[in-house]
Design a binder for this molecule. Structure first.
Ligand SMILES: [Zn+2]
Length: 301
């Protein structure tokens, strides 16, 4: 993770770059092959009808969500989603993103403390593999709390299905309810004026449902993480993109790609480049010039 200082509206903020990590379950030595994230888990190709479902969560150390924060975050999500649809249109891809979210009466959220206070510590303090496991349990607990509130239709006085009890059942319910193949599940935590990361989890495997935790409401960060769930890979230095030669290459080929480091930057300055288009299913083949970017160093999880 990289730290940097930026001035915004006169306020100096220090932020850990949303070094969005792509995490595989279990603990092992693995060569990074970004193709593992393609067309798998609950976010297959970023095409046709897709649901983005998000849940507002209050943790002990994050800033409590206010009605204003929630509304402005929904605006940012809408902006990110419209941007993704416009990009798809530019490349002749059919994409219709439906959005829905969980919110209680009077803008109440789900309260569930992150395992280690914030996202970055929850992931790194227990060690990567354990951190991922604990964040998966955290997300399952939230899915259950949201699921309890759903009105499940009854037939002859018997519910046709049970209320969702974890992420997997929540996604299954939403797929059925909205008639979509892919569901991007986002947990929104309020880290305004705080240092934390956004992270996409389980997106390169199939052992548990993929989801993202978003710390900030910048449309560029939101779009970047939705793309991760659909298979896109970082183009800048992150936990998994570590080969310096390839990072330099990615910078030369795709300087304006949304999968570059984009904290605080206006989404209008970005695009979805050829390499990212291949990974999210927008083009069937990848030019051989970019093939080496599909692999990275061996990482110990
Ligand atoms: Zn990323």
């Amino acid at each position: 993770m990289i730290e940097k200082k930026k001035s915004m509206k006169g306020v100096i903020r220090i932020s850990i770059v949303a070094a969005i990590l792509m995490i595989l379950p279990g603990s092992s030595l693995q060569r990074i092959d970004y193709r593992k994230g393609m067309n798998n888990n609950v976010c297959k190709s970023l095409k046709d009808n897709v649901l983005v479902y998000y849940i507002f969560v209050d943790s002990q150390e994050t800033t409590p969500w206010t009605e204003f924060d929630i509304k402005s975050t929904i605006d940012s999500l809408t902006l990110a989603i419209r941007w993704l649809e416009n990009q798809a249109r530019t490349y002749g891809v059919s994409l219709n993103i439906i959005q829905d979210y969980y919110i209680g009466a009077d803008y109440t959220t789900i309260k569930k403390p992150l395992p280690m206070g914030n996202v970055v510590n929850s992931l790194n303090i227990p060690g990567f593999a354990k951190g991922v496991k604990e964040l998966n349990s955290w997300a399952d607990g939230i899915a259950k709390r949201a699921g309890i509130t759903f009105n499940i239709s009854e037939k002859d006085g018997i519910p046709e299905i049970k209320n969702p009890r974890n992420k997997e059942r929540l996604v299954a319910y939403l797929r059925d309810e909205k008639q979509v193949e892919s569901v991007a599940l986002l947990f929104m935590v309020n880290n305004y004026f705080k240092n934390d990361i956004s992270v996409a989890l389980n997106n390169m495997g199939n052992e548990d449902v993929e989801f993202a935790i978003l710390s900030y409401k910048y449309p560029s960060v939101i779009a970047h993480n939705i793309l991760h769930l659909f298979g896109a890979a970082d183009l800048y230095k992150s936990e998994f993109r570590r080969n310096e030669r390839k990072i330099a290459m990615a910078g030369q080929f795709f300087p304006k790609d949304i999968m570059q480091d984009n904290d605080f930057m206006n989404i209008k300055n970005f695009e979805i480049g050829e390499y990212t288009r291949y990974l999210v299913g927008w083009s069937p083949e990848l030019d051989s010039r970019y093939a080496s970017l599909l692999l990275d160093k061996i990482v110990y999880f």
